[in-house]
Design a protein around this ligand. Structure first.
Ligand SMILES: Cc1cc2nc3c(=O)[nH]c(=O)nc-3n(C[C@H](O)[C@H](O)[C@H](O)COP(=O)(O)OP(=O)(O)OC[C@H]3O[C@@H](n4cnc5c(N)ncnc54)[C@H](O)[C@@H]3O)c2cc1C
Length: 459
């Protein structure tokens, strides 16, 4: 019998296998899809072109994730971009800018945080005027002071409500914070919890490089997921793909393992469910989901998003960084052709964009979505025309990360369930970190610590 069965082969499941190996424990990972990686997966289409579930930036403050990458020996795959967050704003978005697109780079000096972030805002030329810079500093003071309890007390209101209560301008809300909310959770500022946004600001202000973004030097499958899977296999873990768990098995007060939909039974001393929350909801017995410990599993909802891939026959932008664009469907996007050689489109633009909010768009046909995306891209980069577009592909994710609506932060469950040897991992678990690869990795560490604590308690 294996020590721990892990349901789900995304970042949380694979990281859990790694942490279990560190503790000398055996594990089996069961993944329902033919490929590993979950929302961080990549594959090739019929033409051999790379597709992925989502554009992924790796931030400097992802401390658990970077430690994991170093342990596996793949930290060199992260290509750090200049320490700047860049806004590309379409013409006519604001009467302030005379009908031309505006590009604003918030450059972080090599100085201790939060001073490097304050400097980036103070030096902004277009997005904020002087008065707004003052309002920004005053408005975000409790966050810059690192008052976590303050952020936690703001979960009942939306970010937009909090922003207005703090006296900051509507222009700042729509220009600066709206694309940030879409990038964070694929959710508009009028619908996202203030706490979720304030936590990110606190995180950006937490260390010198926390807000510095990097991309992998190629698609996440070969650069991250497969090397991590190979590493844990070498350390004794078993990984099964095409192994969709249909039900958990229980005996008395313990979970004894799981049965896959094709009838295979896997027994274990402990079970970690490392699926997205909507899949955990299907696996956990209904009665158990009424327990206050995990009632959030039934209540949390998920955000839809579409990952758009657009290949151009030439460079269409000069930016290699993560881009934020208010007033467009491309809240966050990047030119991976120019930024990352492993995307096999060097010297030309390969744009990946998280299309959000996608609640209505997700059901539209490909042509409708691609036309809407191209319209917005053309407003940002005049060379992004149909004439220069080689190919466009969409990957729809109807249920991506948990939706950080007001009240949702409080619903995020911990690692423990009412069954002593059954645990939860995944980026929706309450790690005090947003739904992200770092959140998934942290949740895996928490779940493994809980497994080890349960073993000790039983010994
Ligand atoms: C478009 C997009 C862009 C993103 N951009 C970023 C970014 O820039 N930076 C960042 O940090 N994060 C980003 N994220 C979020 C990040 O991808 C996720 O937070 C992270 O991948 C979650 O990992 P996880 O292991 O918790 O869940 P998942 O990645 O969802 O993995 C769960 C796995 O469980 C499997 N599974 C489900 N049910 C079963 C079952 N019954 N049996 C067996 N297996 C099952 C699934 O197939 C999946 O492989 C993005 C997400 C999306 C969708």
């Amino acid at each position: 019998m294996v020590d721990t069965l892990i349901v789900g082969g995304g970042p949380a499941g694979l990281a859990a296998a790694q942490y279990l190996a560190d503790a000398g424990r055996s594990s089996t990972v069961l993944e329902k899809r033919p490929i590993l990686g979950g929302k961080l997966s990549s594959w090739r289409d019929r033409d051999g072109d790379i597709l992925e579930t989502g554009l992924h930036a790796f931030f400097g403050g992802y401390t658990n994730l970077h430690a994991l990458l170093r342990e596996v020996g793949i930290a060199h795959h992260v290509l750090w971009q200049p320490h700047a967050l860049t806004w590309a704003i379409p013409p006519n978005f604001s009467a302030r800018w005379n009908g031309v697109p505006v590009y604003e780079e918030f450059r972080f000096a090599d100085a201790p945080s939060p001073f490097n972030g304050i400097g980036a805002v103070l030096n902004a030329r277009y997005v904020f005027n002087h008065w707004e810079k003052l309002l920004f500093a005053a408005g975000t003071l409790p966050i810059l002071r690192g008052e976590h309890a303050y952020a936690e007390a703001q979960d009942d209101i939306t970010y937009a409500q909090w922003h207005r209560r703090r006296g900051m301008s509507e222009h700042m809300l729509r220009t600066f914070f709206a694309p940030m909310a879409l990038a964070l959770n694929f959710t508009p500022v009028d619908a996202i919890s203030a706490e979720a946004m304030l936590r990110v600001m606190a995180y950006f202000a937490s260390s010198r490089n926390a807000s510095r973004a990097g991309f992998l030097d190629g698609p996440p499958g070969p650069r991250f997921v497969e090397p991590l899977a190979e590493h844990v296999r070498k350390r004794g873990a078993t990984i099964e793909t095409n192994a969709a768990v249909g039900e958990l098995l229980f005996s008395g007060d313990r979970c004894t393992g799981a049965r896959t939909r094709d009838g295979r039974v896997f027994e274990a001393e402990h079970v970690v469910i490392a699926t997205p929350v909507h899949d955990a909801k299907k696996l956990l017995p209904e009665a158990m989901q009424r327990d206050p410990l995990i009632e959030g599993v039934a209540k949390l909802q998920s955000s839809p998003v579409i990952n758009a891939h657009l290949w151009f026959d030439r460079p269409i932008s000069r930016f290699t960084n993560l881009m934020f664009s208010p007033g467009t469907l491309l809240g966050v996007h990047a030119d991976l052709g120019m930024a990352s050689p492993g995307y096999e489109w060097s010297g030309k633009s390969f744009i990946e964009a998280c299309v959000a909010p996608a609640d209505d768009l997700i059901a539209q046909d490909d042509d409708t979505v691609i036309n809407a995306v191209m319209d917005d891209l053309g407003k940002l980069y005049p060379l992004a025309t149909r004439q220069h577009l080689v190919k466009a592909k969409l990957v729809r994710v109807p249920k991506s990360v948990y939706r950080a609506s007001p009240g949702a932060e409080r619903l995020r469950p911990g690692s423990r369930t009412p069954v002593r040897n059954l645990f939860l991992a995944g980026c929706y678990v309450d790690t005090k970190f947003p739904a992200s690869i770092e959140g998934a990795t942290r949740s895996a560490r928490m779940a493994v610590e809980a497994v080890l604590a349960e073993s000790r308690a039983r010994a």
